[in-house]
Design a binder for this molecule. Sequence first.
Ligand code: CO
Length: 450
Amino acid sequence: MENSTPVKIVETVLRDGHQSICATRMRTKDMLPVLEQLDDVGYYALEMWGGATFDSCMRFLNEDPWERLRTIRQHVKKTKLQMLLRGQNILGYNHYADDVVTEFVKRSVANGIDIVRVFDAFNDPRNLECAMKAVKAAGAHAQGAFVYTISPYAKDSDYLKLAKEMVEMGADSICIKDMSGLLAPYAAYDLVKALKSEVSVPIDVHSHCTSGMGSMTILKAIEAGADMVDTALSPFSMSTSHSCTESLVDTLTGRPRDPHIDINKLYPLAEYFTKVKASLAKDFNLNTNIGINPQVLSFQIPGGMLSNLKKQLAEQGAADKYDALLKEMPKVRADLGYPPLVTPSSQIVGSMAALNVMVGRYKMIPKEVKDIVRGKYGRTPGPISEELKAMILKNGEQPITHRPADDIPPQMDKMRSELAAKGYPNASEEDVLSYASFPDVALNFFKNNR
Ligand code: CO
């Protein structure tokens, strides 16, 4: 029987859309004038918090991320609000203690979040446990996400196993998180079919257009039975962002998976955000004309990272090493057990590869790389190269095999007293969490605003 369930649309213009196209610089004041209009569209959810928005608010926009959340909640009364959480990394780049993770989730939900998408860069389910438990305890929708990547250790059967583990942890839905546009249309079809036949909870597909395949991927995923898909209004869609909301709605209207969204409600919003994009490009000196890069499929390097690496090499006077670096990246990734390339593993693999081509292979090894080898980021999908292990683990040292956060003592009280000592004895729970996540950035923000 043909599937005639309306597909649910998650609008990402307030988070991943501008994170992908405008370096996460959209300000709350840019969102405010159309929040009621967005609420009125009939989206399943508005993704609007987490990822890089938290850091960017304080670091670049002089905004309190918690205040943004409350403001949006005030104006969006019907539509679910969704955030992206990096599991045990919360919104930062390293592991935090369980009490910080738990409190962060609790305060996020208390301030207005309905759906928390939780993922781990290494797809190690143990790094999701604490966050998932906290989301359930807070009464919100826990979405377990696995990071889609291409490697000898990432088969559909591996993803199925992960999805089932997340459902066992209490996931209310599962998300395929394809941050670099690596998920090809027919691969998406097969993967969604497999998930739909073996997992009982709804399936969400989050795919980017970086390689040029995103819109085809989303359509094949919908044909295979995906329940939700992530899109962005046209000005913040395509290239390194998501498929375009209006085009997808038009494609599906009057067809079996009709999302029942009035496209005439989308056009004025798109017009409004076109102006926002122009003002962000001007105010922050951004190049928003990004385009697509099908070569991503062979390099397996997220688009934004390619340009960063190129810039870094040029700054070191090593611009001529760029081709060598592109060849070195996959080798380093293989040596480190094929982690998916997503924050923070993408940065770690990228800097290691850059050092290798500049000063010689593994002549200088950053702490983060050593920590991966020591098991401190969790289990890598594949085995770590013996050669690298021998260089890092000395005197019989063994990598840890337990959940990395088990070694981190509670941090909240310590953070609270640190803040008090720095002159903020009455800091709110939210401020303590901001400080725990990004100490220097938060302190600088408090200095100007508290
Ligand atoms: Co994304």
